[in-house]
Design a protein around this ligand. Sequence first.
Ligand code: ATP
Ligand code: MG
Length: 357
Amino acid sequence: MSREEQQSAESLLQVRDLVKHYPIREGIFVPREVGRVRAVDGVSFNVHESETLALVGESGCGKSTTGRLILRLIATTSGQIDFMGHDLIQVGKRALRTVRRDLQIVFQDPYASLDPRLRVEDIIAEPLESFGLLPRRKERRERVHELLHEVGLSSYHADRYPHQFSGGQRQRIGIARALAVEPKLIVADEPVSALDVSTQSQIINLMQDLQERHGLSFLFISHDLTVVKHIAHRVAVMYLGKIVEIADKQSLYRTPHHPYTQALLSAVPKPDPSAHRQRIILKDDVPSASRIPTGCRFHTRCPLADAICREQEPPLKEVAGGHHAACHFASPFPIPVHDRPTMPGVETSVPIRQNIR
Ligand SMILES: Nc1ncnc2c1ncn2[C@@H]1O[C@H](COP(=O)(O)OP(=O)(O)OP(=O)(O)O)[C@@H](O)[C@H]1O
Ligand SMILES: [Mg+2]
């Protein structure tokens, strides 16, 4: 069995050639398709057991759409999603309900994602009720208290309403709700982006503790390579609907091969202002997902672009053990990358632990 076949066998989630296109229609009486938004345009990756895979990239590159496709919140255009041996694209409604117990979500905005009219107890107990677990109220209440303690809150918080909590506490409630049904994989879509830096580190540490305790896997979606560095085991970098680089965290941060990853990393501030690193400024804005450039989709902004890049789309190829990059001229980072053990520029009261296996 090859290394990749072996990893596939251990994978909780396998995504292959996933595509989501939104048709653009014009015409009032007889609308016709005049184009397509290629939100996700052929994405493949695995998430292993007890692993955090980070999905990073600029706004609009298709991260949330990928997460929503996996959760079957939206229909796929094409591709395959295998989750614990279930074909998530083909699975019927009833079987999907069973699978959904193992597959939960934590949202970005802890203000919008909790129903303001419900008490915390009802919010956290809702998935238990929905799956018919712990039908007796007393048992449910005990489980809610247990979950509140798991996420660093107290039993008395159960009777309060969401507006009575801080952003970080609300995100803890969101995590407790996701944990209630003991899932295997949590898709966390920008779970700390709405929080201040020191609260971000507390939530990240909590997620890592929960992963260790329960063997959870995370698909951690973020636009921030600094946040991801601390929680991820592997990182996938997306650009305009495609993964352009995917690797172990250490490999990606030390030797990024794709010029897009190199540019993103060069923009991450350093804690030591005297450490010198050349910032790579990309020209132009990200093109629209409805007008993706031919050949390599990054060529319009790439400092290395040549004739071949305008004509041929580079495949994701292995550039080092388990490290894949989609670039005709993939080469290791020319600028030294320094390890950053804390958030940039800010002394946090809670140091963030590195997720290294
Ligand atoms: N329902 C929709 N109809 C048409 N286009 C959509 C729809 N949902 C998303 N898109 C488009 O798909 C692309 C990817 O969107 P997505 O929300 O997945 O990006 P993202 O990487 O999560 O961005 P952000 O970091 O801003 O959250 C964008 O160009 C977006 O405008
Ligand atoms: Mg998003």
